[in-house]
Design a protein around this ligand. Structure first.
Ligand code: ADP
Ligand code: MG
Length: 237
């Protein structure tokens, strides 16, 4: 069996004086979607930061395609295909759409082509000269996904990309995520809309107060039990 794209093994992490993550084990197999669910403050963003290399774990190991990357910097991980789409809009509001896209093209190595990416995000094609900050939240999030795509990623870490967007826009985002997955990219998806996450994910991990409370195939999740025990009323749109 091939190595998972991303492996998180026995990871502990936190901030000065605050232990947040305890003994986290997650495998993200190639070409699959892993959803990370959990209430506010559970540590989801912190875990994505550890995966991206922005926060060094106090214990544990991270692997990319089987190779240990625990001590790699965020930029080195990014060059090797780890792409974080942070909370909020991961775009430069003062730059045009075209500039936002062009700056993601790597100097060398595998790269998606801008034209191919614009086929997946046709709305952006009409907005190449528009400043990103003047677009709607959904359009900015599409631009963030397009930027991620251009880096030719192996694994994309997505932190609540649907936050604050209208249901129809969230639909579009998930269509784009599905297209990204179909190119063989792995996704680690932090998502507040449980039903959407369950519909898209192969595997689900539930994070509760910094620990994995459940991990398993999305098809085996007791959705109602999950919502009742951990997640409150996070069900729409
Ligand atoms: N930069 C930071 N410094 C100190 N504590 C932080 C920092 N960022 C997050 N935390 C704390 O870590 C815990 C987990 O936060 P976070 O990872 O953002 O959770 P989630 O994304 O699941 O809502 C919270 O208790 C939060 O207050
Ligand atoms: Mg968060």
């Amino acid at each position: 069996m091939s190595e998972p794209t991303l492996q998180i093994e026995g990871v502990h992490a936190g901030y000065r004086g605050a232990r947040v993550l305890h003994d986290i084990d997650i495998r993200v197999p190639a070409g699959t979607v892993t959803a990370l669910l959990g209430p506010n403050g559970a540590g989801k963003t912190t875990l994505l930061r550890v995966a991206a290399g922005l926060l060094r774990p106090s214990a544990g190991v991270l692997r990319l395609d089987g190779a240990e990357v625990t001590r790699w910097s965020a930029s080195r991980r990014a060059r090797h295909g780890v792409c974080l789409i942070p909370e909020g809009r991961g775009v430069f509001g003062g730059l045009t759409v075209r500039e936002n896209l062009r700056m993601m093209l790597p100097a060398r190595g595998p790269r998606g082509r801008v034209d191919d990416v614009l086929d997946v995000f046709p709305d952006l094609r009409n907005r190449l000269g528009q400043t990103a900050g003047s677009m709607s939240g959904g359009q900015q999030q599409m631009l963030a996904l397009a930027r991620a795509w251009l880096t030719g990623p192996k694994v994309v870490l997505l932190d609540e990309v649907s936050m604050g967007l209208a249901p129809l826009v969230v639909d579009e985002i998930f269509v784009a995520l599905d297209a990204l997955r179909s190119t063989g990219v792995s996704l680690l998806l932090v998502e507040q809309y449980v039903d959407r996450a369950l519909a898209m994910a192969d595997t689900v991990h539930l994070l509760d107060r910094g620990r994995i409370a459940f991990g398993g195939p999305a098809s085996e999740i007791d959705r109602d039990g999950l919502l009742a025990s951990y997640l409150g009323a996070t069900t729409t749109p």
